[in-house]
Design a protein around this ligand. Sequence first.
Ligand SMILES: [Zn+2]
Length: 200
Amino acid sequence: MLYLIGHKSIPLKKEISTQKCNCCGSENAVTVTVYQKYVFIFYLPFLPAGKTGISECAVCKQVLQEKAMSENLLALYQKLKAASRIPIWMFSGAALFLILFVYWQYQDKQQKQGSAQMIVAPAIGDVLEVKNKEQQFTLTKIIDIKKDSIFLISSNYQSTDASGLASLKDSSYSTEVSYISKADLKSLFDKGDILQVDRK
Ligand SMILES: [Zn+2]
């Protein structure tokens, strides 16, 4: 069966107890094993999730969970547990997630800095990602610049979220031309109504 998210256990450490099996009385037959649980996502180990343990008799096959172990077996389990280390690969998913997050933050910062530089030196052909009002976003293209005035045409389409603007990039633009001063353009950017400047 296919699980996209779940947990697995692997044995970390085992040792044969000096205590006789409390079920069949066999000597040197009971093995205590420490297991490390971990969470996986899409087959990738994500994060470790606690240790568990069992004892098993090789002769009568009696298996005891931690709670049912005798004091002696429990002491052995605690000793093994304290001595076993979490394998570092169990952090793979979380580490990857962290790296992607940091990279994404860096990219976002770079993009914002780039836009801040371009907005004060606009160029013909720049495409501005604009927020018209709550949940209404569109693209506006600079088609001409004359002294302090910037001439713009807007996309014929809108998106309810900023991430949808990418799909409007090749859509048609209105023939209606509007204009704005460079100072007003900058203040729209500072207010957050212009989200990003895309320049080829
Ligand atoms: Zn036994």
